[in-house]
Design a protein around this ligand. Structure first.
Ligand SMILES: [Zn+2]
Ligand SMILES: [Zn+2]
Length: 252
């Protein structure tokens, strides 16, 4: 399994940047996880978008969904051009609320909405996907994803405050993709549905994850500060997100 970071920045893309979007490739499928601002421009560097098999959405905050409209236009046009069958709408697996976001996910023959929740277990090609609701604040669901194949386990933590119960879901993952929205100096006193870089490192260490990708970063953060504040993670390789970063995930 290979993960490619197409976007990782939040709350908005820096110059030439992109907000969250991750490409997951296996022997059988090509999945996009979240579809933030600027993700489509990055995706085109790696594969033609009409070859996408599915889109998985963690939640409906703008930094995770901003490029869905242009993805729908793109797929519609590729169907018109004959590059993607008209009877093959892209499945979008996503939470069931808010309803106005859900309604926008089915568009002509280009895309179809499929609901997910904590009881959902999807099989997409050679990947099994399950979901965990995270502590992300405002009442609408946000789901982390556990993606398993014969080659290992990737947990995408989505957006999450400190109240998420990761035990059993993320423990021992071969790669934990975890948000580090704040650095020490700008972390709010009261938890507000996000983790800091330091939190992400401590969490991955306590869960004995084999590698960690720290993501959901403000584009202007100095990389040396992010590396320093991720120092609590010692179990395996710690990656700091950047556009185009590729990680090959193997069973440990
Ligand atoms: Zn969010
Ligand atoms: Zn976010």
């Amino acid at each position: 399994m290979r993960v490619t970071v197409l976007g990782y920045q939040s709350p908005y893309p820096g110059p030439g940047g992109a907000t969250p979007g991750y490409l997951l490739e296996t022997d059988e499928v090509r999945l996009l996880i979240d579809c933030g601002s600027g993700v489509l421009a990055q995706a085109g560097k790696h594969f033609p978008i009409y070859e996408l098999d599915a889109l998985l959405l963690s939640h409906y905050h703008h930094d995770h969904i901003a490029d869905i409209g242009v993805l729908q236009y793109g797929l519609m046009v590729h169907q018109l051009f004959g590059q993607r069958p008209a009877d093959r709408p892209l499945p979008i697996y996503a939470p069931e609320a808010p309803i106005e976001n859900v309604q926008a996910l089915t568009y002509r023959d280009a895309t179809r909405f499929h609901p997910v929740n904590e009881q959902t277990s999807l099989i997409i090609g050679d990947v099994k996907v399950t979901f965990l609701r995270t502590d992300h604040g405002d009442g609408d669901p946000c789901f982390a994803m556990r993606l398993e194949s014969k080659n290992g386990v990737i947990v995408y933590g989505a957006d999450s405050g400190p109240g998420t119960n990761w035990r059993g879901f993320a423990e021992g993952a071969d790669l934990f993709i975890c948000e580090g929205t704040y650095l020490d100096h700008n972390k709010p006193q009261k938890p507000n549905g996000h983790l800091s870089v330091r939190d992400a490192a401590e969490l991955a260490e306590s869960l004995s994850c084999s590698s960690l990708l720290v993501t959901h970063l403000f584009y202007g953060y100095p990389e040396e500060d992010v590396i320093a504040q991720a120092g609590a993670y010692q179990t395996g390789t710690c990656y700091i997100a950047r556009i185009g970063l590729q990680i090959d995930v193997h069973k440990q």
